[in-house]
Design a protein around this ligand. Structure first.
Ligand SMILES: Cc1ncc(COP(=O)(O)O)c(C=O)c1O
Length: 380
């Protein structure tokens, strides 16, 4: 079955009332059969039918065996980082979501886990990695610079050393890129973004095929409690039904906006893997079905005033996050990526004039006109 059919019909079927949408089971606890047996559902931290339904749908659209729905994307990332034991080491690419970096740079070492920031996994020599490296965590395309990492290469090299490969696939979703099919071990998502799609709730996902690891992660998540509520599970499942059609529109618009920016003198550099000028264009095409809808660009502060530009925008909202139907704009250095030190920001290119767009599903002409009129208003 195709992606959209699976997405629309995914999850459980409501056998009792025959509702086309699987219901919200707002119950913390479930009656048990007898003193000797536990029912399928016992307590909603461990398992809840509405959550189990969306987990089934998520695994199916990914073509995977298991999914775990968590309270946010960070709950998903912190859950998989729980797999790291004292004395082990994590390799992580240099530009990742700021919250992921905040976790790694503030909390890992306290647990006796070390980390190494890798500038370019496409050339990284895994043979020289320390013996205690047990996990690689990558985002591709990365947030916010849209760097593309060769998932197949990382998997091949990491697996030679028995290193687990985790991919944060938030920017792509299973509709555009399937890291497990490319050999990765675990995929994590901020489902807050494209999966939910309407900027209303936070949610996270962990998707994988290995049963033992799945059981371990279920155990940890039940123990820690970072689960997705039944209500939010329902909204997530609703969002998944339109994921494919939304993304088609998102990326059609993004391509047009990126081409507009590339020609504009208000942007000195435009980063979007759908542009042939992007250094990762071919690589990205070889591992994903589309370029997504996040674009970053360097605002030309010699000729334009950034504050005036932002103030003049009428459609793009100046807000963090991405992946919702409405277009957003943000400045990573002071917003999503403020947890990176100034020096690190400078080193990897998260400069104060780097601007990130999440292109929504409005009419592309309106989005381009909005940017153009704001540039005009900001011209020095
Ligand atoms: C790539 C990426 N991963 C993870 C997260 C964290 O997700 P959440 O905000 O749902 O906790 C984000 C949030 O912006 C993100 O962009």
């Amino acid at each position: 079955m195709g992606f959209n059919t699976t997405a629309v019909h995914g999850g459980f079927v409501d056998e009792s009332a025959k509702a086309v949408n699987y219901p919200i089971y707002l119950s913390s606890t479930f009656t048990q059969p007898d003193t000797e047996h536990e029912g399928e559902y016992c307590y909603s931290r461990g398992n809840n039918p509405t959550r189990a339904s969306v987990e089934r749908a998520v695994a199916d659209v990914e073509g995977a065996k298991y999914a775990i729905a968590t309270a946010s994307g960070m709950a998903a990332t912190s859950l998989i980082l729980e797999l790291l034991n004292q004395g082990e080491k994590l390799l992580i690419n240099n530009n990742v979501y700021g919250g992921t970096w905040r976790f790694v740079s503030n909390l890992l070492e306290k647990r006796g886990v070390s980390y190494e920031v890798v500038d370019d996994f496409n050339t990284y020599d895994f043979a020289k990695a320390d013996d205690n490296v047990s996990m690689v965590f990558i985002e591709t395309p990365s947030n916010p610079l849209l760097d593309v990492t060769d998932i197949r290469r990382v998997v091949e090299e990491a697996h030679k050393r028995g290193i687990l490969v985790v991919v944060d696939n938030t920017f792509m979703t299973a509709y555009l890129q399937k890291p497990l099919d490319l050999g990765a071990d675990i995929v994590v998502y901020s489902a807050t973004k494209y999966y939910v799609g309407h900027s209303d709730i936070l949610a996270g996902l962990v998707v994988l095929n290995d049963e033992e690891r799945y059981q371990r992660l279920k155990f940890i998540n039940n123990t820690l409690g970072g689960i997705l509520s039944p209500f939010d599970s329902f909204l997530l499942q609703r969002g998944i039904k339109t994921l494919g059609v939304r993304l088609d529109r998102h990326q059609d618009n993004a391509q047009k906006v990126a081409e507009f920016l590339e020609k504009s003198d208000a942007a000195t550099d435009t980063y979007y893997p759908g542009l042939t000028s992007h250094p990762g264009y071919e690589l990205h095409k070889s591992q994903a079905k589309g370029a997504g809808a996040v674009i970053s660009f360097r605002f030309n502060e010699d000729r334009y005033d950034l504050q005036k530009f932002v103030a003049a925008l009428r459609i793009f909202a100046f807000a963090v996050s991405l992946g919702g139907v409405e277009s957003l704009i943000c400045r990573p250095s002071t917003m999503t990526h403020e947890s990176f030190s100034r020096e690190l920001q400078e080193k990897i290119g998260i400069t104060p004039n780097l601007i990130r767009l999440s292109v929504g599903i409005e009419d592309a002409e309106d989005l381009i006109s909005d940017l153009q009129q704001a540039f005009d208003a900001a011209r020095k």
